[in-house]
Design a protein around this ligand. Structure first.
Ligand code: PHE
Length: 335
């Protein structure tokens, strides 16, 4: 009777405790077996009472074990649904945008503020859009300026685009002037990989075509761009050559403490080349059925990595592709 009371009072916090309890009462050397052994020695007249008492104890014990098991299971189910409600919240790791995307978005923002839209095209191109339409006919020596990955050379050349000027050709084929568009995207060149250059990189090229567009408009637009992106800055245009523009120029930005924005303390100071540009060659306009007597325009193209390296003082272009978390995490605060 005492034991029956004890069993009724019993509670277990863990399944281990419950198992201990089961062994204590129902195990081979447990209390119940001890009572059963004792039963034989009990005088006949007491056997009935004793037997009933043992049975009651056995039933109560079994019941207790089942009840406790059920309550453990209920607790588990509840945790499965709600978790432990007293548990402190977990820290959610917020990712960061890749610096190439960050800078690409910054460039898009600056140009969209003056009416440029964004155009995109395929990374696998045909000869026409990457070269011929851009005033680079077959065997033109300037084709060697951009070492090309060819995918197919017969019956026609299919290649990985070497610049996003190919997108501009497609855009001019499908849209009438006035045109104001920038073409961001990945480009490919068969070049040795080093701290300064990679065989895969990103460009933003721009195209503006309308009536009476002049070289002055080009320079003004580029000054606006560098000022927006880098803060107060000096640029200069240096004569250069591209088959698709005439005249052509290379854009240099002055890099150093003299530019008044002293956060730009970096190893190299002086004039640094950041992009190519020029007035769209009349032959290019003809190739896409735009009348060069009615329209003129300018184009420019820059490498996003190059700009990102200057903006964030990245010393090695390969860091953009290694996806080293320690590098990427540094861009958490920039959107
Ligand atoms: N397409 C040139 C390049 O990839 C850049 C450029 C674009 C130059 C437009 C002039 C005009 O190097």
């Amino acid at each position: 009777k005492e034991h029956v009371e004890k069993v009724k009072q019993f509670t277990a916090k863990t399944e281990d405790e419950l198992e201990q309890f089961r062994i204590e009462y129902l195990g081979k050397k447990g209390i119940l077996n001890a009572f059963f052994a004792e039963f034989k020695t009990i005088p006949n007249e007491n056997k009935k009472d004793f037997g009933q008492a043992i049975n009651e104890l056995k039933q109560t014990t079994n019941q207790k074990i089942e009840d406790l098991k059920a309550s453990f299971k209920a607790q588990l189910d509840e945790k499965g649904i709600y978790g432990d409600l007293s548990r402190p919240a977990e820290v959610i790791e917020i990712g960061s945008r890749h610096p190439i995307s960050v800078v690409k978005n910054q460039i898009i923002e600056v140009f969209s503020n003056i009416g440029f839209n964004v155009s995109e095209g395929p990374e696998i191109e045909d000869d026409w859009h990457n070269f011929s339409a851009l005033n680079l006919p077959e065997y033109h020596p300037a084709r060697d300026m951009q070492d090309t990955f060819f995918i197919q050379t017969n019956p026609e050349d299919i290649l990985l685009r070497t610049h996003t000027s190919s997108v501009q050709v497609r855009y001019m084929e499908n849209n009438k002037p006035p045109i104001r568009t920038i073409s961001p995207g990945r480009v490919f060149r068969n070049e040795d990989i080093s701290a300064r250059s990679h065989c895969i990189f990103h460009q933003v090229e721009g195209l503006y075509i309308d009536k009476n567009v002049s070289f002055k408009d080009l320079k003004q637009t580029l000054s606006y761009f560098t000022t927006q992106l880098f803060g107060k800055s000096k640029i200069r245009l240096r004569p250069s050559y591209f088959p698709f523009t005439e005249p052509s120029a290379e854009v240099d930005i002055y890099w150093g403490l003299e530019t008044e924005t002293d956060y730009r303390i970096t190893k190299g100071t002086g004039w640094l080349e950041i992009m190519g540009c020029g007035m769209v060659d009349p032959n290019v306009l003809k190739n896409v059925d735009i009348d060069p007597n009615e329209y003129s325009g300018f184009a420019f193209g820059m490498g996003i990595e190059r700009i990102a390296m200057l903006l964030y003082q990245v010393e090695d272009i390969r860091m953009f592709y290694e996806n080293d978390i320690r590098f990427l995490k540094q861009f958490k605060s920039v959107l």
